[in-house]
Design a protein around this ligand. Sequence first.
Ligand code: WAQ
Ligand code: MG
Length: 264
Amino acid sequence: MKRVEEAKYYSVRMRASQNIADQSESKHISGGELISTYSNIKESVNILLEKALTHSRGNADFMQIQFEAIQEPVEYIKPLEVRTNEVASMEAGQVLAKSLLEKAGIPKKTIDKVYENLSQYLEPAGAVLVDVQSGERVDDRKNKGIRVSRIDWLPHHFERWSDFYHIKGNQRLREALALATKVSSHPAAAAELCWSDDPDYVTGYVASKREGYQRITKLKEYGDERGGRIFFVHCSEELDSYIYYLEKKPVFIQWEGSREEDGA
Ligand code: WAQ
Ligand code: MG
């Protein structure tokens, strides 16, 4: 008898940037990463192309979209619980973010140290890894940071999830919740702090396995192009294997519905 072939998946990634006049550096415009089947590659490339071509950070001078076959076995995980915290101002949002980080187990002195270095941590096109205990940056990726890749929802699972919770299911939440779920699901993960570098999006979040995905409706002012991601990590765990997991391990977010939906 013929053996059933395991589905083959492809990691599809995009990055787009802009040259800054009179400077050798370039400005990060947009990045994106998803998982596709072979027959969906055209559509996946188009989603990423669309994301980068119509970006509030500006028009790109450079864009790269690539796909590669995934060899590693796929992991399936459930999305973090989501809570939306409404705040009246950016200041109130930042106070809440710090208290949620403390609730997630990050020592206050580590949080303070991160906020002292914040402006430099908001520069990379990826995430910055910080040791929970020392508050020091521990990745060596300088102005690039670590880009989490090979992450997506199973087809239709995000739509079902957002319908069920009556949450306006935007593309941004789709991507951010998937990413935060992957990042937090490893033993080395303690918590994540994030807000967008897009000037027109001010909602951010603090995420951890313990406290879930805590959206905060305002973490910066409209028009501000500074944003980023900070992953608080337990350095007692092997850092290299965590970084490998973030960049290379294929993860699908799977949502099968809640117990109530099943009528249980
Ligand atoms: N891996 C690591 N870092 C990333 C990645 C990635 N795949 N994608 C983005 N970043 C970092 C990078 O430094 C960006 O500058 C920064 O995060 C912000 O990325 O309503 O839209 O894609 O619940 O602009 C969160 C709230 C929105 C969503 C976050 O981030 C909601 C957002 P953006
Ligand atoms: Mg962005």
